[in-house]
Design a protein around this ligand. Structure first.
Ligand code: PA5
Length: 445
């Protein structure tokens, strides 16, 4: 059984078979360009055959380091931003108990994140929390020069050195960065931190299956072997040169809808644990496709919560969007709705039914309502929120993204636009060498 299935049963009113076939053909061509490494950005394709190339020894080392780092530790602070943050956050949130921080006992440290913003309150409160607790840190930056994680790491390093001394800190810090370049590599070598390498040919947003994602996920106690296995099997499935390939299907349909003027893609989930999976997906597609004044705008909603905030817009607002529903067949727990003798809420017709059944009917009811409201729907189906299927889903979206970027005619593997804000921020902060730009910018404010 394929771990990820594309269900296009409701697409007919929006895309006829002939045009779908045309897009499938183009999508297969883009797959070949990707697999043959003939397209733009082809020096960043290390992720394509990554899952099948991860060895048992590499996974063992990751688990050993995770074990050492977790030993006697209550909190592990993972520092990183963008691709050096969202993958680990997405998978850990998806697999964790919804109230993990409130559990009376935990077998694994609590993983918290820093350096994904420059919020003063956020970081001050983090330091407050780790002051009284035993902590360790994983600092991640491919370039080793990104401002947000560097600021967070300064704070954590200083805190650790005051609390545990230099030698003690060395035992508690692992750095994941480029093999040779960047300030973080220099610092890690100087301080003697254990390090893992982010390969040169894998960009940040495609790095979740490198130590960038795998080490924090292992620290949180999840099965990285199953995650990688799911991805490796999806690597085989999505290499197929025919239209049974789900990555080819998804890339084709979203580009076909885009070409019709559907400029916004909304990723929908019905499981709050998938909120950060959507955030990871938004970065993957937004940063890969949003260039040269082109690209679908990736948005996300958590249903049914957001049906009570965004539902009205989705049903009746501007018709420039479509939805991709992340549909999970089975939930992990069983919970039925109780009977109530008074039945004041008149819901006894639901008594004995599982919450998941109600959720599924909300999902199907919404799907049909939105289709009737002129919102095309693509369904991406997985059997359960488990490591194996999540690994498959990660890789599926990565592969579709590569194909899709080529269909769109952009280089999906660079991110030139991310630099503009950094230049202005440095200028406004009086970084040496940016004085003139700083002055010019201040005049405009
Ligand atoms: O996908 C990307 O390349 C970016 O989102 C980066 O991951 C992000 O900017 C962080 O970069 P770095 O890991 O170099 O600190």
């Amino acid at each position: 059984m394929c771990a990820v299935k594309i269900n296009l049963r409701t697409i007919a009113p929006f895309l006829d078979e002939k045009s779908l076939e045309k897009w499938y053909e183009k999508s297969l061509q883009s797959l070949s360009v990707l697999e043959n490494r003939e397209g733009r950005g082809n020096d960043y394709l290390g992720w394509v055959n990554l899952p099948s190339s991860i060895t048992a020894a590499e996974l063992k080392e990751l688990k050993e380091v995770a074990g050492k780092l977790s030993n006697g530790v209550e909190i592990v602070v993972v520092i990183g931003i963008g691709g050096s943050y969202l993958g680990a956050k997405a998978i850990i949130d998806a697999l964790s108990h919804s109230f993990v921080s409130l559990l009376p006992e935990r077998k694994h440290p609590l993983v918290v994140f820093a350096g994904q913003n420059i919020g003063e309150d956020y970081h001050a409160e983090l330091l407050e929390v780790i002051k009284e607790r035993s902590a360790a840190c994983i600092v991640i930056s491919k370039s080793g020069t990104t401002t947000e994680p560097a600021i967070a790491f300064r704070l954590i390093k200083q805190h650790f050195e005051e609390k545990y001394g230099k030698a003690g800190s060395r035992e508690r810090i692992v750095a994941i960065t480029d093999k040779a370049r960047g300030a973080l590599r220099t610092l890690a070598v100087q301080e003697g931190y254990h390090t893992f390498v982010i390969p040169d040919d894998i960009g940040g947003r495609f790095s979740v299956l490198t130590p960038v994602g795998l080490l924090p996920i292992a620290v949180a106690g999840f099965d990285i072997e199953a995650l990688v296995k799911g991805a490796a099997n999806m690597e085989i499935t999505t290499a197929k040169k025919d239209v049974s390939n789900p990555a080819v299907q998804y890339a084709a349909v979203r580009n076909a809808l885009y070409a019709q003027g559907r400029k916004i893609e909304v990723l929908v989930n019905y499981n709050p644990k998938l909120h950060y999976f959507t955030e990871w997906w938004k970065q993957l597609y937004g940063e890969s496709e949003g260039k040269e004044h082109k690209g679908l705008f990736p948005a996300g909603v958590d249903f049914t919560s957001d049906l009570h905030s965004m539902g009205q817009y989705l049903q009746e607002g501007e018709r420039r969007l479509f939805e991709t529903v992340l549909s999970v067949a089975h939930s992990s727990h069983t919970l039925t709705i109780p009977n109530d003798a008074q039945n004041l809420d008149q819901l006894n017709f639901l008594a004995g039914k599982r919450l998941d059944e109600c959720n599924k009917m909300a999902e199907l009811g919404t799907l049909l309502a939105h289709v009737d409201g002129d919102v095309p729907n693509i369904r991406v189906e997985i059997p359960a929120v488990e490591e194996y299927y999540l690994g498959a889903l990660l890789y599926f979206f990565e592969k579709s993204c590569g194909i899709s970027g080529y269909l769109l005619g952009v280089n999906p593997f660079d991110q030139p636009g991310v630099e503009a804000y950094k230049k202005n921020m440095f200028a406004l902060l009086n970084k040496p060498g940016f004085e003139q730009e700083g002055e010019a910018l201040r005049k405009r404010l």
